[in-house]
Ligand binder design. Structure first.
Ligand code: SF4
Length: 372
């Protein structure tokens, strides 16, 4: 009897243009459209979902369509794809689609509503034109403000803004202005990520801003991290994961399922699935995915799953039951970090303190024992 999964991730690997800092599986959409490959890709996605139908709960708890930029695809194609998820969408299903401010228009929201999309994740990254230039993100000035205004006008209930910090050239004042603007526009959910540097982006930065730019930005990012939580918790947001803040009741259920260690199915190029003790990752590029190259398979063990569950749980405010953490952590290190105020034991749960969440990976590195 196969395990049944409640969460589905669908990867749409197309963008209008590629940003210099991009670390996602994404390719410019225009060439694929001309060659008819976007329609073929969506057809293949439907086949992949169909062949996995026996492990998908009906209705699903969460569906997340990410990218890439799903809204960079012509609406007729995207709407057809969203329509195909109909049988999996129930009244309680959280159905999220990622959008780029540049490509969000009123008719997109109407079409999403018709297809029972409940949540939008808006990739803003920064409201500042200078910071966007530094990321090599080609968006027109004011696109984020227009998209946010559209969401507010249409009374869209569940939406999230993604911001990035540690952007070269972005000082603390500029970053604080970004966070303050996300609050001011009334985003119910804000995710704040530190910038990661791909080798291509690091080279590109060095050419544009000189060899010191990255080091300076990384040093400043250390200051930005604690400020994010000060500003957002001060504004009434609840930090429920290292990078995720929301008004009460606006958590992303899809991400929570993942952090809880729930099984999930991922379809599309580069998508990863975990079902029981099986994990597989689809080929990364559009061409390889369309050629049906086999996924990379990994066999998990109960110890690996427990390790991952504890690692993800300690990145959340809810923490992890001590009965699970017990075998996955170094007990002496846990006591030491409790003494330092970075971890807490509360009602049979081990959890990171707010300062422990700020230090994130350092806390995990200190307490987790390798599952091998
Ligand atoms: S919009 Fe996002 S996925 Fe697309 S190229 Fe830019 S960073 Fe990558």
């Amino acid at each position: 009897m196969p395990d049944v999964v409640g969460s589905l991730y669908v990867h749409v690997p197309f963008c209008t243009v590629r940003c210099d800092y991009c670390d996602f599986a994404s390719e410019p959409v225009a060439g694929h459209l001309r060659a008819g490959r976007v329609a073929t890709y969506f057809q293949r996605l439907r086949q992949e979902i169909q062949s996995a139908e026996h492990v998908l709960a009906q209705p699903l708890e969460t569906v997340y369509v990410g990218g890439g930029t799903p809204t960079a695809v012509p609406p007729a194609l995207l709407n057809d794809l969203l329509e195909a998820f109909g049988v999996f969408i129930g009244p309680e299903t959280e159905f999220t689609v990622e959008a780029n401010p540049e490509t969000l228009v009123e008719s997109t929201l109407d079409a999403f509503r018709e297809r029972r999309v409940t949540r939008l994740s808006l990739g803003v990254q920064s409201f500042s034109p200078e910071a966007l230039r530094s990321l090599g993100r080609r968006v027109s000035p004011g696109a984020a403000d227009r998209a946010v205004e559209l969401l507010r006008r249409s009374a869209w209930h569940e939406w999230s803004i993604d911001l990035v910090f540690g952007i070269p050239g972005q000082d603390l004042t500029a970053f604080e202005a970004d966070v303050a603007e996300a609050v001011a526009v009334g985003a119910p959910h804000i995710s704040v990520y530190d910038l990661s540097y791909t080798a291509d982006y690091a080279r590109c930065l060095e050419r544009r801003l000189g060899p010191a730019a990255r080091g300076e930005a990384e040093a400043l990012a250390e200051e930005h991290y604690p400020r994010v939580s000060e500003i957002l918790t001060g504004a009434g947001y609840h930090r429920y994961e290292v990078s995720s803040y929301c008004r009460p009741g606006h958590e992303s259920r899809h991400n929570q399922a993942y952090w809880r260690g729930a099984d999930y199915l991922g379809v599309g190029a580069s998508a990863v699935s975990t079902v029981g003790l099986r994990r597989w990752a689809n080929p990364k590029g559009v061409a390889a995915y369309l050629a049906c190259e086999p996924p990379e398979e990994e066999r998990l063990t109960p110890a690996i799953k427990r390790y991952e569950r504890v690692m993800l749980g300690l990145r959340t405010a809810a923490g992890v039951p001590w009965s699970l953490a017990d075998e996955a952590v170094d007990h002496e290190a846990v006591e030491r970090l409790i003494g330092l105020g970075l971890l807490e034991k509360r009602c049979a749960t081990l959890l990171s303190s707010p300062r422990g969440l700020d230090l994130g990976n350092a806390v995990l590195a200190a307490v987790l024992r390798s599952p091998e």
